[in-house]
Design a protein around this ligand. Structure first.
Ligand SMILES: C[S@@+](CC[C@H](N)C(=O)[O-])C[C@H]1O[C@@H](n2cnc3c(N)ncnc32)[C@H](O)[C@@H]1O
Ligand SMILES: Nc1nc2[nH]cc(C(=O)O)c2c(=O)[nH]1
Ligand code: SF4
Ligand SMILES: [Mg+2]
Length: 237
């Protein structure tokens, strides 16, 4: 009997709305539980245990069956996110999915380094700047990078709300010059049930674009969350 996984939701196909794979069709497996509490987290329903009555304990085989159902049994790309998916034993799912032709990306903050990251097709590390109010353990983030960097498509994605986050992103770039860096305009969360403040997101995007241009920061890539522009804060998109 395989280990159980804490699953918040499985949805799609939709498009990857963030970072290096933006626009690419993918399914999402969102795990429940996180070791961080970012002040502006857009997915608190997958973080706060007070929502855990909506999460399910599922076996690897049950998760794979749902992936196959949603994809009409046709192999495609799957994004593992959360919460922090690194808290769940996902190695068997990656192996099983690969044996059936599926590909796997993972989104994590880089607070837990897992040997099975080596098996991923893509890894996005999203360390948090000062506005999130959490602390980055740089040694663990280094360990995550060391695990995947020689083998896989890996990238950094830093959410930016203000100048301090921007300075944090520059530190990330200097520490990991070998990895592509995406600067993601923050979506100011009042409440995840409230409509997204799209003019506010676009203002932040323009501010960020102008800053990168005036600093001649040539290697930065400035992006919004495409799914937020298309569907707002709607769950399952
Ligand atoms: C919800 S998190 C889940 C995966 C993992 N816990 C992490 O933070 O990387 C997925 C991505 O959404 C980003 N994110 C969360 N809240 C956001 C917000 N309000 N505005 C912009 N991006 C946000 C995170 O920084 C992360 O890159
Ligand atoms: N479309 C879409 N793209 C995403 N990229 C990262 C997401 C996440 O919550 O991890 C996400 C999400 O929730 N939806
Ligand atoms: S690490 Fe990710 S899921 Fe956890 S609180 Fe922060 S943004 Fe939310
Ligand atoms: Mg999201």
């Amino acid at each position: 009997m395989s280990k159980k996984l804490n699953i918040c939701e499985i949805f799609g196909p939709t498009i990857q709305g963030e970072g290096a794979m933006m626009g690419r069709p993918t399914l999402f497996v969102r795990t429940g539980g996180c070791d961080y509490r970012c002040s502006w987290c857009d997915t608190m329903y997958a973080v706060d245990p007070k929502h855990s009555d909506q999460w399910q304990r599922m076996t690897t085989e049950e998760v794979m069956a749902e992936i196959e159902r949603l994809s009409d049994q046709t192999p495609m790309h799957v994004t593992l996110s959360g919460g922090n998916p690194a808290m769940q034993p996902l190695e068997d799912l990656i192996d099983l999915g690969h044996s059936k032709g599926y590909q796997f990306a993972l989104e994590t903050q880089g607070s837990l380094a897992r040997d099975w990251f080596k098996k991923l097709d893509q890894l996005t590390l999203s360390p948090k700047g000062p506005s999130a109010g959490v602390k980055t353990d740089w040694d663990v983030l280094d360990a995550c990078v060391d695990l995947v960097e020689p083998y896989k498509q890996a990238s950094m994605k830093v959410v930016i709300f203000d100048d301090a986050d921007y300075a944090f992103a520059q530190k990330v770039q200097n520490r990991y010059p070998q990895l592509p860096l995406y600067l993601q305009a923050g979506n100011h969360m009042v409440d995840s049930n409230a409509p997204a403040d799209i003019p506010g997101v676009l203002d932040r995007l323009r501010w960020l674009a102008e800053k990168v241009a005036s600093d001649r920061w040539q290697s930065a890539c400035v992006l919004p969350q495409l799914h937020v522009l298309a569907w707002g804060n709607m769950r399952g998109a």
